[in-house]
Unconditional design. Structure first.
Length: 114
């Protein structure tokens, strides 16, 4: 599905998948409000996924991974958690930088359930 920003997509048009790999971690506490994975965006994205649709995420910031799990576990339309690295996930420059700094990469997958 291609319809521009998710907030403008018609709720009747559903996506089967969304990939969010290495979103900006906004690691300073005062900037956490700018993080992409938050309750409001998670609710919107879950509402735009088809039932059975999959949201795959990855980050190299441990505290952001913890926040993602907390936020996504709280979203009633989604089920999932930490998973093994998906073989088809492309290696990004952000992943390479994280690995160079010896940060652990966390992969997540959440499926729309209702």
């Amino acid at each position: 599905m291609r319809c521009g920003p998710w907030s403008t997509c018609s709720p009747s048009r559903r996506s089967r998948s969304l990939w969010t790999f290495f979103p900006d971690p906004w690691h300073k506490t005062r900037h956490h409000k700018r993080r992409l994975v938050n309750a409001e965006n998670s609710r919107l994205i879950a509402s735009r996924l088809a039932v059975g649709g999959l949201w795959r995420l990855a980050t190299d910031w441990a505290d952001y991974a913890e926040q993602m799990v907390e936020v996504l576990d709280a979203e009633p339309l989604l089920e999932g958690g930490v998973v093994e690295r998906w073989d088809e996930r492309p290696v990004t420059k952000f992943e390479r930088k994280g690995r160079a700094k010896e940060r652990a990469i966390t992969d997540l997958a959440y499926r729309r359930v209702t």
